[in-house]
Write a protein that binds this ligand. Structure first.
Ligand code: 2P0
Length: 325
């Protein structure tokens, strides 16, 4: 049986962060989160279940992957095989599209695209909301890459209802400028970092309380199209997440000197009258939420400090989509 179809998923950046699991096996998060899907970073993946293939084979950017990477894909595909009663092995081909050679392709677009391709190849044809619960079990942030625009990942109560819902298309002059401070693989994975933060940071309980307030407020601000309010909540929530990490034992920080320079540049831009707000994830890169119509002006300012290749402008990304091969 050969049934190759390609799916594209866009990555997303959380404005209200996910940082901690309450169930490691099912990837159930401690809190609900909310993101903006970006059009500049995406993954395209095809899955083909083939009776003639012995074990799963996984190509990433045309390179055959080792046993460890393949096993991660295999375990994930097992969710679909189990549900669809498929016993054959799969050939998986995945390509990460990033504007530079930066290792920025996140597990969010990767796992969401894999879920989308497996959904087609297995014939399960799950709707995107249900499919988001599968993507979640590949990587938490992949849940949100099922949809474009502003997307909430509801923490839910169980495997079925911890899922993505679209809050808004973000088609009202919204953009994000990514400042690539360092494209190297981080030394402490987010999986490990969040686990240790939950276990040891005394700030963690107040983070959870504060985040549920931020989430309610940002949803209100999004629906009111109040950009400044969305930005202020984003910046504050991201910094609070990093504060929980500083409180962990051992303390954890993903920041580099250039991350701090980038954040200061954003403050300067704001003072000059351009509304823009930063956030950071489990790495040194800085993402700047802005009006898409201001993004070029912001880039022009940032290239005084950074190389042009380090600055990437994105608009809002789309829902997971099927691409013809
Ligand atoms: C987020 N991050 O909400 C947060 C903010 C990083 C900081 O989701 O263990 O790769 O696969 O569920 O999704 C990165 O963590 O972790 C992440 P797993 P994931 O985007």
């Amino acid at each position: 049986m050969s049934n190759e179809k390609k799916v594209r998923a866009y990555t997303n950046i959380a404005l209200i962060k996910y940082w901690g699991k309450r169930d490691e096996k099912l990837f159930l998060p401690m809190n609900s989160s909310l993101s903006l899907t970006l059009d500049s970073f995406y993954t395209e993946t095809s899955v083909s279940f083939e009776d003639s293939t012995e074990g799963d084979v996984f190509y990433l950017n045309d390179a055959l992957q080792d046993a460890k990477a393949t096993q991660k894909v295999s375990r994930f595909l097992d969710l679909f095989r189990q549900e669809a009663g498929i016993t054959s092995a799969a050939v998986v081909k995945s390509t990460n599209f990033v504007p530079t050679a930066a290792g920025l392709a996140s597990s969010a677009s990767g796992m969401a695209a894999l879920a989308g391709a497996a959904n087609l190849a297995s014939g399960l044809n799950l709707d995107k909301t249900t499919l988001s619960t599968y993507a979640r079990r590949g990587s938490g942030s992949a849940t949100r890459s099922m949809f474009g625009g502003f997307v909430e990942w509801e923490k839910g109560t169980n495997n079925e209802d911890s899922r993505a819902i679209k809050i808004d298309e973000a088609s009202w002059d919204i953009g994000m400028v990514t400042i690539i401070v360092n494209d190297k693989q981080k030394s402490i994975s987010s999986r490990e970092g969040m686990k240790n933060t939950v276990a040891t940071s005394p700030f963690y309980p107040s983070w959870l309380e504060s985040t549920s307030v931020d989430l309610a407020n940002i949803k209100e601000a999004i629906l009111a199209k109040d950009f400044e309010q969305v930005g202020m909540i984003t910046e504050s929530n991201g910094m609070k997440m990093h504060a929980t990490m500083l409180g962990a034992n051992p303390p954890l920080s993903y920041w580099e000197p250039d991350s701090v320079r980038a954040m200061q540049a954003v403050r300067n831009l704001r003072q000059s009258g351009i509304p823009c707000y930063f956030t950071m994830d489990a790495g040194p890169n800085v993402k700047v939420l802005c009006r898409l119509s201001d993004s070029q002006k912001i880039k022009d300012y940032l290239v005084q400090t950074f190389n042009p290749e380090q600055i990437v402008i994105s608009g809002p990304g789309k829902d997971l989509e099927e691409i013809s091969i």
